[in-house]
Design a binder for this molecule. Structure first.
Ligand code: MOS
Length: 703
C-alpha cells in the first residue's frame, strides 16, 4: 500500500469548522449507547463488590438469592468459566482484574466477588444487594505519603525508563546561585465519564458479539479472544457511541462478566456499572508525592534539574503515574535526574487518566519553575525562554518542531501579561486579592500502525471503515474531513463507519494518538483508491475498495522528539474572608500540529483546561484508612468544576503542522489539562504571596 508523507492537496475540509456528524442523533436521542441498545431475551447482570480491603472470600451464599424473583444465576469464583489472564494484549500485560472470579483472593475494596443475573436490571440489583458474602479478612495497608519508600520494576517498562540520570546533581546544586527544593502533592483523582461503562454480550451463529462502550473495539476484542481462548475472527466488538472515556474505557470486568454470563445462560447479557462502582472498577489517577530540585545561575540558566515522583499502585499490578517525565522534554541542565517510583498498596490499580504523567507532573514542575523565577526575580516566561533546549534533554534527539515560545508570546500578548506587576499580593478589589499565573504544557505526539478501508460507491459517495473510536471528541467528524480532502470531494459525500473490530486493527482513542494514527491510514487508503479509480472502468455494484496498513510507513519515521506544546495563563481572585478561589479567566495557546476541526478541537482544549481548573481547586478522592474504601464515591462527594466555576476560558493555537505526518497532525487529546493547574496555583501565589504545593487548593488550605 502506498503511504507517502508531505502535505496533502488541500480541498479545504480540514481546517474548517464542522459540527459533529452524529450531533443531531445525539441530541435527539436517536444515537443509542451501549447500555440502551435493545436485544430480545436480554438478561441483566449486577455486580457485587468486596467490602474488605484484603483477604479471601470464604463463601458466596447464593441459595437464598437464587430463589428471588427473576434471578437466573449467581456467578462467582466457585462456578465461573475459567479464563487465562496471563497473556500480553495490545497494550501489554493486562490489569489482573481481567481474572475476575478465577480465585478467592481479595486485593482491595471494590474487587468483584459476584455477578447476579436476572430478567430485569431491578431484579438483579435487588438480589445483588441481598447477597451475603463471607470473608476471611486480613490486615490491609493503604497509607500513601510522601516519605514512604517507593520503587519500580525496570523490566515492567523497559521501553519507557522509570529513571534517567546525567551529571552530578548534588555538585551542581551546590554550585548554583539559586536553589528551589520543594515538595508537591496531588490527590487521588477519578475520570468518571458521563456514560458509565456498559457491555452486552451474546453468542450469534458461533461468534461472540459484544456491544460495548470503549476506547478501542479492536483492543477489547483482542483481549477477550485471548482471555477466553477464542479464534480472534470469532470475536466482534462494537462501540458506536461513547459518552466519555479519558483512559478508563479499556478491558474492564463488565465485558468479561457479560461474556461469562452469556456463555452460561445462552442468552444476551448486559452488565452496566454504577457511578459508585466506577470509582473502584475502571482505574483512576494515583495520588502523587513529588520533589523538584532546581539549581540555577543568577541569569536563570539551569545547572541542576531533579524531579522525583512517587505514586501508588495495587499489590497485583504495577502501574506507574509518570509524573517526572515532563522534564525530559522541557528543560535541560548540566545535571539532570528524573525518576518515577511507586508504592504497592491494598487499593485498586490506577490507570491512564487524561494526560497521564504530565497532568500531575506539570503541577509540580511548572510550580517549581515559578518559584525559581520568583527567587531570581525574573519573569516566569523569560526564565522558560532562557532554558529552551536545542535537543531532547535526555534523548539528545532533535525536536520535530518546538513552538513553545510562540505559544508564550501569543498567549502573553492576548492575556495582557506585559502589564503584570510581578510583586505578589498587590492587586485588591474589596475582599478579593487578584493574581495571574502561567505555565508551560507539553504532551507527546505519537502514531501507531493502523488499517483502514475506503470504498467508492456507485452513487458517488465514499464509505470509510476504520476501527476508530469517537469517545466524544468529534473524531468521527475529523476523520470524515480528512477523507474528504484526501479524496478531493465534499465532506457530504463521505460516509464513515467506525468502532467495529471487524474493520481490522487500528490504534485506540488514547495517548493523543487516535486521530493522527487513523487519519494516516485513511489518507493511505484514499490515495490507493484514487489510483485504482484513475485506472478507469465502471464501479461494480459492490463498489471498489482500497485498504491501507500504515505499519511500514510508521516504522520508517525518523527518530525525533515529537511533542505538542502549549502555554497556559490564568487569572484568579482569592476571597480573603472565606478562602475561596475563583478563576476569572483562562487562556491556553497550543502548538499541537495541524488542527483538523477547529470547532471540536477548541472544545477539546477547553475541556482539558476546565479539568485542570477542577484539578487545581476541587478534585480529591478520599480513602478511609480503617475500611480501605472511599468516602463519598459519587458526584455528591467527589467535587469537580461545574459551569459556574468557569466564567471565561479561551483556547487557541499557533501554526504548527507536523512535517512528517501526511495531514500535519500532532495530537490534541491530552495537552489541554497539562499546566492548567500550575497556572492557577501560580496565580494564587501571585494574588496572595502564599505558595500552594498541595492540591486541591481548598478554602481551608487558603485561609
Ligand atoms: Mo487517554 S488517558 O490516553 O485515554
Amino acid at each position: 500500500m502506498t503511504t507517502t508523507t508531505g502535505t496533502t492537496a488541500v480541498t479545504g475540509a480540514v481546517g474548517a469548522a464542522h459540527t459533529r456528524l452524529e450531533g443531531r442523533d445525539k441530541v435527539t436521542g436517536a444515537a443509542r449507547y451501549a447500555g440502551e441498545i435493545p436485544f430480545a431475551e436480554l438478561a441483566h447482570g449486577w455486580l457485587v463488590l468486596s467490602t474488605i480491603a484484603r483477604g479471601r472470600v470464604r463463601s458466596v451464599e447464593s441459595a437464598p438469592v437464587l430463589a428471588m424473583p427473576g434471578v437466573l444465576t449467581v456467578l462467582h469464583h466457585g462456578n465461573a468459566p475459567r479464563v487465562d489472564g496471563s497473556y500480553a494484549g495490545m497494550l501489554g500485560r493486562p490489569d489482573p482484574i481481567v481474572e475476575v472470579f478465577q480465585h478467592d483472593r481479595v486485593p482491595y475494596v471494590g474487587w468483584p466477588v459476584a455477578l447476579v443475573v436476572a430478567e430485569t436490571s431491578e431484579q438483579a440489583r435487588e438480589a445483588a444487594e441481598a447477597l451475603v458474602v463471607q470473608y476471611d479478612e486480613e490486615p490491609h495497608d493503604i497509607a500513601f505519603f510522601a516519605d514512604r519508600p517507593g520503587t519500580y520494576t525496570p523490566e515492567n517498562s523497559p521501553a519507557a525508563q522509570a529513571e534517567t540520570e546525567k551529571g552530578d546533581i548534588e555538585a551542581e546544586l551546590a554550585a548554583s546561585a539559586v536553589v528551589v527544593d520543594a515538595a508537591y502533592t496531588t490527590p487521588e483523582e477519578h475520570h468518571s465519564s458521563l456514560e458509565p461503562h456498559a457491555a452486552t454480550a451474546r453468542w450469534d451463529s458461533g461468534r461472540l458479539d459484544v456491544v460495548d462502550s470503549n476506547q478501542g473495539s479492536m483492543w477489547v476484542a483482542d483481549e477477550l479472544a485471548k482471555l477466553f481462548s477464542l479464534d480472534p475472527a470469532s470475536v466482534r466488538v462494537r462501540s458506536e457511541h461513547v459518552g466519555g472515556a479519558f483512559g478508563s474505557k479499556g478491558v474492564r470486568p463488565h465485558q468479561i462478566l457479560a461474556v461469562m454470563a452469556t456463555t452460561v445462560l445462552h442468552r444476551p447479557v448486559r452488565v452496566v456499572l454504577t457511578r459508585r462502582q466506577m470509582f473502584s472498577l475502571v482505574g483512576y489517577r494515583s495520588p502523587t508525592a513529588q520533589r523538584v530540585r532546581l539549581g540555577a545561575d543568577t541569569d536563570g540558566r539551569l545547572r541542576a534539574f531533579d524531579h522525583q515522583a512517587q505514586s501508588l499502585t495495587s499489590t497485583v499490578h504495577e502501574f506507574i503515574e509518570r509524573s517526572a517525565d515532563m522534564g525530559r522534554v522541557m528543560y535541560d541542565a548540566d545535571a539532570h535526574h528524573t525518576v518515577n517510583r511507586v508504592v504497592p498498596l491494598d487499593v485498586p490499580t490506577p490507570t491512564w487518566m487524561r494526560a497521564p504523567g504530565e497532568a500531575p507532573g506539570s503541577f509540580a514542575l511548572e510550580s517549581a519553575l515559578d518559584e525559581l523565577a520568583e527567587k531570581i526575580g525574573m519573569d516566569p516566561i523569560a526564565l522558560r525562554a532562557r532554558n529552551e533546549p536545542d535537543a531532547g534533554p535526555v534523548s539528545g534527539l532533535p525536536f520535530s518542531s518546538r513552538n513553545v515560545l510562540a505559544c508564550f508570546q501569543e498567549g502573553a500578548r492576548r492575556f495582557g501579561w506585559a502589564d503584570r506587576d510581578p510583586r505578589p499580593g498587590t492587586r485588591r478589589e474589596g475582599r478579593w486579592l487578584l493574581g495571574t499565573g502561567t505555565a508551560a504544557a507539553t504532551y507527546s505526539s505519537g502514531v501507531v500502525p493502523s488499517t483502514a478501508a475506503v470504498t467508492a460507491e456507485t452513487d458517488g459517495t465514499f464509505t470509510v471503515r476504520i476501527t476508530a473510536a469517537d469517545v466524544g471528541t468529534g473524531a468521527r467528524t475529523a476523520l470524515a474531513l480528512i477523507a474528504a480532502d484526501a479524496l478531493e470531494v465534499e465532506p457530504g459525500r463521505i460516509r464513515i463507519q467506525i468502532a467495529d473490530s471487524d474493520f481490522g486493527p487500528a490504534m485506540i482513542a488514547g495517548g493523543s494518538m487516535g486521530t493522527r494514527s487513523w487519519g494516516w491510514a485513511i489518507m493511505a487508503a484514499a490515495r490507493e483508491l484514487r489510483e485504482q479509480l484513475v485506472l478507469g472502468g465502471d464501479i461494480p455494484p459492490q463498489g471498489i475498495t482500497a485498504r491501507s496498513d500504515t505499519g511500514a510507513a510508521v516504522s520508517a519515521l525518523a527518530k525525533k522528539e515529537r511533542h505538542s506544546f502549549g502555554a497556559q495563563f490564568a487569572e484568579v481572585a482569592v476571597d480573603v474572608t472565606s478562602g475561596e478561589v475563583r478563576v476569572r479567566r483562562m487562556l491556553g495557546i497550543f502548538a499541537a500540529g495541524r488542527i483538523v476541526n477547529p470547532l471540536t478541537a477548541r472544545s477539546q482544549f477547553i475541556g482539558g483546561m476546565t479539568w485542570g481548573l477542577s484539578m487545581a481547586l476541587h478534585e480529591e478522592a478520599i480513602r478511609d484508612q480503617a475500611s480501605g474504601g472511599h468516602v463519598g464515591a459519587d458526584f455528591a462527594g467527589y467535587h469537580f468544576a461545574a459551569n459556574a466555576d468557569v466564567p471565561l476560558i479561551e483556547a487557541d493555537w499557533v501554526d504548527d503542522p507536523d512535517a512528517d505526518d501526511p495531514v500535519g497532525i500532532k495530537g490534541i487529546g491530552e495537552i489541554g489539562i497539562v499546566g492548567a493547574a500550575a497556572a492557577i496555583a501560580n496565580a494564587v501565589w501571585h494574588a496572595t504571596g502564599v505558595r500552594h504545593r498541595d492540591l486541591p487548593i481548598r478554602p481551608d488550605r487558603v485561609l
